[in-house]
Design a protein around this ligand. Sequence first.
Ligand SMILES: Nc1nc2c(c(=O)[nH]1)N[C@H]1C(S)=C(S)[C@@H](COP(=O)(O)OP(=O)(O)OC[C@H]3O[C@@H](n4cnc5c(=O)[nH]c(N)nc54)[C@H](O)[C@@H]3O)O[C@H]1N2
Ligand SMILES: Nc1nc2c(c(=O)[nH]1)N[C@H]1C(S)=C(S)[C@@H](COP(=O)(O)OP(=O)(O)OC[C@H]3O[C@@H](n4cnc5c(=O)[nH]c(N)nc54)[C@H](O)[C@@H]3O)O[C@H]1N2
Ligand code: SF4
Ligand SMILES: [Mo]
Length: 749
Amino acid sequence: MTTPSAPWQPTACILCECNCGIVVQLDGRSLAKIRGDKDHPASQGYTCNKALRLDHYQNNPTRLTAPMRRRPDGGYDEIDWDTAIAEIAEGFTRIRDSYGGDKIFYYGGGGQGNHVGGAYSGAFLKALGARYRSNALAQEKTGEFWVDSQLYGGHTRGEFEHAEVSVFVGKNPWMSQSFPRARTVLQDIAKDPHRSMIVIDPVITDTAKLADFHLRVRPGTDAWCLAAMAAVLVQENLCDEAFLAEHVTGAEPVRDALAAVNVDGYAARCGVDADLLRAAARRIAAASSVSVFEDLGIQQAPNSTLSSYLNKMLWILTGNFAKRGGQHLHSSFAPLFGAGGVGRTPVTGAPVIAGLVPSNVVAEEINTDHPDRFRAMIVESSNPAHSLADSAAVREALAALELLVVVDVAMTETARLAHYVLPAASQFEKAEATFFNLEFPHNTFHLRHPLMDPAPGTLPEPEIWARLVRALGVVDDAELQPLRRAAADGLDAYAQAFFAAVGANPALGRVLPYVLYETLGPVLPQGLAGAAALWGLAQKAAMTYPDAVRRAGHADGNALFTAILSSPSGVTFTEHEYADDWGLISHADGKIALAIPELLADLGALAAGPAQLTSAEFPIVLSAGERRAFTANDIFRDPAWRKRDADGALRVSVQDAQALGLVDGGRARISTAAGSAEATVEISAAMLPGHAALPNGFGLDFVGADGISTVPGVAPNALTSADWRDAYAGTPWHKHVPARISAVAPVTV
Ligand SMILES: Nc1nc2c(c(=O)[nH]1)N[C@H]1C(S)=C(S)[C@@H](COP(=O)(O)OP(=O)(O)OC[C@H]3O[C@@H](n4cnc5c(=O)[nH]c(N)nc54)[C@H](O)[C@@H]3O)O[C@H]1N2
Ligand SMILES: Nc1nc2c(c(=O)[nH]1)N[C@H]1C(S)=C(S)[C@@H](COP(=O)(O)OP(=O)(O)OC[C@H]3O[C@@H](n4cnc5c(=O)[nH]c(N)nc54)[C@H](O)[C@@H]3O)O[C@H]1N2
Ligand code: SF4
Ligand SMILES: [Mo]
């Protein structure tokens, strides 16, 4: 029971990139009551069904409460923090001295709700000379990033709230959300006769049910569908010629490639009625504004990078940029993607896009006798032993490392392979934030204040990283004293002292987050020391977008930082005008560079592309990792958070169920080139024949308070292969795993 006097405290939901503002009433250390925060500038009181279940994250019986060191027999001993920090710093120093700092690999740095820890990791990693890193973005978004960086050099988002036509390609926002107030916006669109929704998805999803045009592609054939839609724009003279002439270079080769597309043939190829496909393309052309969202249905499917390129044609050819309801290059509080990279990975030579090693080569970069293999790894806030393709290979690789350190709140599949496990304070026990700040024209940033002290034995990541840097002994503390004194005199004095100190000693620049934490952290309000690194980011945002930051009411970087500290429900940090989009294009000529030669060649090759990737042995396409009402990546370990779909059912079509003798609620065996598993069957009219789906986030083991261990559902990556991936970005084709399904006879007693 909550005491009636317990205050409602603002924070955010940590289950998806929307990070909706919530207010919470505590009962002791439990999140007893939760509701949407009307004062949050982006979510405005909205939440979905999942936020109300957050106490299952906060009070999870598998939470870590002390640093742990693995024994030779595989068990763990609790050790104190000083011992853990000293031994870990010593261990990484030894790896650096023996093999070079670039053999230390960093994975993770933040999940759906927490990016502050990752912001501090760089100081320790740079001090050691580590160069390679990766995270989940390298198994979904790097192909799109590669396309974006060539087209205009930045990330774009649609403004669905105001778009006349919204297009969702391999995206089910009713379930997976991803933009503010998603269900409300979808319902508004569906109700308005002047607005339209186009959904490209093989499944009749809850989003597709609201659509005006549901292009029910056969799985894996989006490239043909999108090429045909873009071809209709060119062949029927529906492009915005004035826009192309003024703002786009390289349109001619694209036009030529699309003019050659056989629209009827490609429509047949992707299984969509040609008239419906044409009607959807014409609707886009006729609209005053169009927004497009691509997600995992194409990013984790065959031709993924080509499909990313082609769906952008829908809004570029029609000039739906830099206007209300269109597509935008938004501001960023901190970059989610690294600018460049180091080119290629050391062992497999895979491309490093956005500074990230492709997730699908991680195991190969370790599990080899190549002299340049990674020897040690730090994993922060991620569970790669469960979330990367081919879990068996990933686990073998992690087990082969000379040193593996995991920073997490829970004992995960990855933590159980680590030499040291460090217990982090939960996201409700520390200052936290994400850099999923992707909106335009109003972009928001939310520094969440802790709701309570860290659980005994745990530490917030900024403190963990600071202790590790201290243990390396790379910074002379005397150099920090002037900054500490200046911090006591206020932010203006601090800014002056900071820029002078970093100018005079470039070595400090390598460990900036550490310097900020050590010098500004101590004067920040109680519980907010971890926000120190945001001061640097606020200065940068104010310098990068001076007018937009001022329009949002912040005179300069210090004013923005002050507003962030004193706005526990979040702030608007930039307010753009539509014309600002042009200035956010990073090409020198300020234009969109439409032609990407490699992808135009792939577009030309589609006509002769393989009709299907399944085989007689594996005739069904399995989408391994669908988002549902009760999935949230690997964030909840306690299965009790789910109100239904406890087993994570295998969804199969009516036709396949009949042919295979499957019964609803019965069991089926599903086998792929990588492995085999048993699942509960759900026969669904939403699925196309030949297509089946398993949810993400299942197959996590859990030991309850009663000591009984359970593993509900199927771990999707027991069924996926690492070599099943995009040629450019190395991103996995999880939505398109060839599989065989057979009925499992019920056990009779
Ligand atoms: N409930 C819930 N929400 C989440 C998450 C969660 O775990 N649970 N995770 C968050 C994260 S990390 C992410 S990245 C997003 C992902 O969000 P989404 O990408 O929307 O999620 P998915 O359900 O994986 O895939 C989207 C759609 O792709 C379709 N699809 C499958 N194969 C194909 C195909 O060949 N072509 C096309 N066009 N579509 C296909 C599926 O039917 C599905 O409807 O969700 C976020 N939101
Ligand atoms: N087959 C298949 N595989 C997939 C997908 C799929 O659709 N199919 N989807 C992929 C996608 S899009 C994504 S985004 C990834 C996600 O996979 P991961 O990168 O592994 O991320 P999460 O599942 O979000 O796991 C978050 C981890 O952070 C921990 N954590 C929570 N709070 C804190 C904290 O405050 N501090 C620290 N240090 N740790 C914390 C949690 O306990 C958990 O272990 O999965 C990918 N894997
Ligand atoms: S899961 Fe996502 S959409 Fe739902 S309440 Fe949480 S942050 Fe908002
Ligand atoms: Mo994701």
